[in-house]
Design a protein. Structure first.
Ligand SMILES: [Zn+2]
Ligand SMILES: [Zn+2]
Length: 328
């Protein structure tokens, strides 16, 4: 490894910084460029609003670069499906071979940009309604490059704000004062977003949701419902464990001293507890959304163990709920 920096590398890095400016990050080790990182967008002139996809390119320079290939990694793909990623990756491999002995970063950026420009439409589904994006759909790209039908995102944000408000009102006054203000977040990555809900909600519903055949409860679906309901009942009875014949401890932990006390004084009551819970389930208590996010949707049974975003918080920790330590 020579300490004198290869001129080809110095020139390339200088050019990258001059052309891409703030859009490229050069990480150096002892003043020697080591990692080059840039987010690649499709070519849309200066119209950033029309860029629906992007990907982060990371090039780690090897000591003998450019006579040896650098290590190239693609990260944070947005709006790109696996097939396109595979295509881009294999094109990159070929390009690295073709360009051995000469700087390759600009070539890589160009190669990726061409692919993105050709596929500058979100692929995959709207994660809210699970329908795809078709001609005529009105959709939005968030700041984090996730895509949703405008109609769906509006409903999601409205529901999110309502939920926040409901949870806030349950808190004592002094906690309400200290609670962080409501912040819209992306349903995929939870990055903060700022969307005009009033504009979004004027968008028509997804085209596919309108043209889809009416829902029909087939025998197959009914069987699946029964299977899922049984799994859910087992999950609830075991305190949140999904699976058949689980023997391990429940994944929810005890969070309050009183709960521990109950546990200690009722050390052998787990069977009784399960019986009590099973009974509660059998009573067909009102259903909320799923417990622990693992439940089957639409199951007619079960009171959720917990339905908020604060994972790790255990409602069973509150004494007196759900018959913990109930009569034997
Ligand atoms: Zn949607
Ligand atoms: Zn996002």
């Amino acid at each position: 490894m020579s300490t004198a920096l290869d001129e080809r590398v110095t020139d390339e890095v200088e050019a990258l910084e001059a052309i891409l400016m703030d859009d490229v990050v050069i990480k150096r080790v002892n003043d020697v460029p080591n990692i080059i990182e840039t987010v690649v967008h499709p070519s849309t002139g200066d119209d950033v609003d029309q860029q629906f996809v992007c990907i982060t390119l990371e090039v780690k320079l090897t000591p003998d670069y450019p006579d040896c290939s650098p290590e190239v990694t693609l990260r944070n793909p947005r709006g790109l499906d696996d097939q396109l990623l595979t295509t881009i990756n294999s094109q990159i491999k070929q390009k690295l071979l073709d360009c051995l002995g000469q700087p390759v970063v600009f070539e890589l950026i160009e190669l990726i940009r061409e692919n993105l420009t050709e596929s500058n439409l979100p692929s995959g589904q709207c994660v809210i309604c699970l329908y795809g994006f078709v001609d005529g759909d009105v959709f939005i790209k968030t700041q984090c490059y996730h895509h949703f039908h405008s109609h769906c995102l509006a409903n999601h944000l409205i529901a999110g704000k309502k939920y926040y408000q409901e949870e806030l009102e349950k808190l004592p006054n002094w906690q309400q004062m200290q609670a962080p203000p409501y912040q819209q977040t992306c349903p995929v990555c939870r990055c903060p977003v700022s969307c005009d809900v009033d504009v979004l909600k004027n968008a028509p519903p997804p085209v596919d949701s309108v043209t889809a055949p009416p829902f029909c409860l087939t025998a197959e679906l009914k069987a699946l419902q029964l299977k899922m309901a049984a799994l859910l009942a087992q999950q609830v009875a075991k305190g949140g464990v999904v699976g058949v014949g689980d023997t391990g401890p429940p994944p929810l932990t005890i969070t309050s001293p009183s709960d521990q006390d109950n546990e200690a004084t009722n050390g052998s009551s787990s069977v009784a507890q399960e019986g009590a819970k099973a009974e509660a389930i059998g009573n067909g208590r009102p259903n909320g959304s799923g417990s622990n996010d693992n439940s089957s949707p639409g199951s007619p049974h079960s009171r959720p163990v917990y339905r908020g975003p604060y994972r790790g918080f255990n409602r069973r920790g509150k004494p007196g709920r759900r018959g913990r330590g109930g009569p034997r």
